[in-house]
Design a protein around this ligand. Structure first.
Ligand code: ISJ
Length: 356
């Protein structure tokens, strides 16, 4: 047994030495890139380039490692290389242990300074003020729909969207003891309570449900009080040493939340991009139909259409539209020129690589 293992481990040691040498070389090249960028004051973080690297490794992956695992490794390599150029600060809806934090690491890797904020408003403020280089905010959930606060803040913000991240959202019911004995209240963020309502109605119809600021806060409360159960990610549960009563209690097993990255950075073309815009039209018959006609004319696909009541001003609704492509793609540029002409309000939220 040992004799068979020894030569294999020697091979692994030799490979690791090569990997380490190559990582060192990669780091040195990233430092050289950093010097070139510093000379021209160019941005350090280039999401379009990172997206291309990650797509490339999945395309060229010879196996046996899974594409998603190889991408996780390369994301971390890039995060560390980027940190040699400059370490970025990223604001998110805290505390630590939230799905927002998970989204931050999925986009930037872990060689960053994560800045937990108490609200989505605070994430926007920190990013606008430059306290953070970027902010990560939730925009939509596959079962609950739009995150309205984010949509409203996107309308007025001076920041632009530079990226998107989509993560699977699995909720677990957890308590200090790992059982429901003596539990009188289930705490979670209102979105999480909504996403688990059928399951809760079936299993614990009579236990009070209390909305709190975040699932992580619910986990903190449960860790301090055995009569409180929390709905949160298992990651948060581990962090606050909770026992799992039941894992994966969300009503939709494919539940996902999409986040956008906001900042001052205008992301370049990656070859597979998305663009977010906000529009308003005068309240006339056929106005919305006519408004969107240029998309069809120029062969631009719409991937999302969301409306929000305008709370002030002359128009009734703002329309949040996501389209495929980048503002620098010829067809998108032409379509947007025409859209703009027909709109009473028009704002490009940003162009960015489509999430993996
Ligand atoms: C090295 C660069 O800087 C950063 C780090 C990257 C990497 O490690 O591959 C890629 C893009 C940038 O976010 C670069 O721009 O090429």
């Amino acid at each position: 047994m040992t004799d068979k293992l020894t030569p294999l481990r020697e091979r692994i040691d030799a490979i690791d030495a090569q990997i380490l040498q190559l990582l060192s070389e990669r780091g040195q090249v990233a430092q050289a890139v950093g010097h070139v960028k510093a000379e021209t004051n160019a941005p350090v973080f280039r999401p379009e380039r990172e997206a291309q690297v990650l797509r490339g490794v999945a395309e060229r992956n010879p196996g046996p490692l899974k594409n998603s695992d190889v991408q996780t490794i390369f994301r971390e390599i890039m995060s560390s290389c980027r940190a040699l150029e400059k370490r970025v600060t990223v604001a998110f809806l805290g505390p630590t242990g939230t799905f927002s934090e998970q989204a931050v690491f999925q986009q930037f890797g872990t060689a960053i300074d994560a800045l937990p904020c108490v609200s989505i408003d605070e994430v926007f403020r920190a990013t606008e003020a430059g306290t953070a280089d970027f902010g990560v905010v939730p925009v939509e959930n596959s079962s609950e729909g739009a995150i309205n606060r984010t949509l409203d803040l996107l309308l007025a913000t001076t920041t632009i969207i530079s990226g998107e991240v989509s993560i699977a959202v699995h909720h677990s019911l957890m308590t200090k003891t790992g059982t429901m004995d003596g539990v009188t209240v289930v705490c979670a963020h209102s979105q999480a309570l909504a996403q688990c309502q059928v399951w809760l109605n079936q299993h614990y119809p009579n236990i009070e449900r209390r909305a709190v600021a975040s699932n992580a806060e619910a986990a903190v409360l449960a860790s301090q009080d055995p009569t409180v159960a929390a709905i949160a990610s298992e990651m948060a549960g581990e962090q606050y040493r909770l026992g799992v009563v039941q894992a994966h209690i969300q009503d939709d097993p494919h539940n996902r939340t999409r986040f956008v990255v906001i900042g001052q950075l205008q992301t370049g073309r990656s070859g597979k991009d998305r663009t977010g815009i906000v529009l308003a039209v005068p309240n006339k018959a056929g106005a919305v139909y006519n408004l969107l006609a240029p998309l069809e004319k120029h062969g631009v696909s719409m991937t999302r259409f969301e409306s929000r009541p305008a709370r002030i001003g002359t128009w009734e609704y703002y329309f949040y539209v996501d389209i495929e492509g980048h503002v620098h793609d010829a067809a998108v540029a032409r379509a947007l020129e025409e859209l703009k002409d027909n709109a009473a309000f028009f704002k490009v939220l940003g162009s960015y690589p489509q999430s993996l």
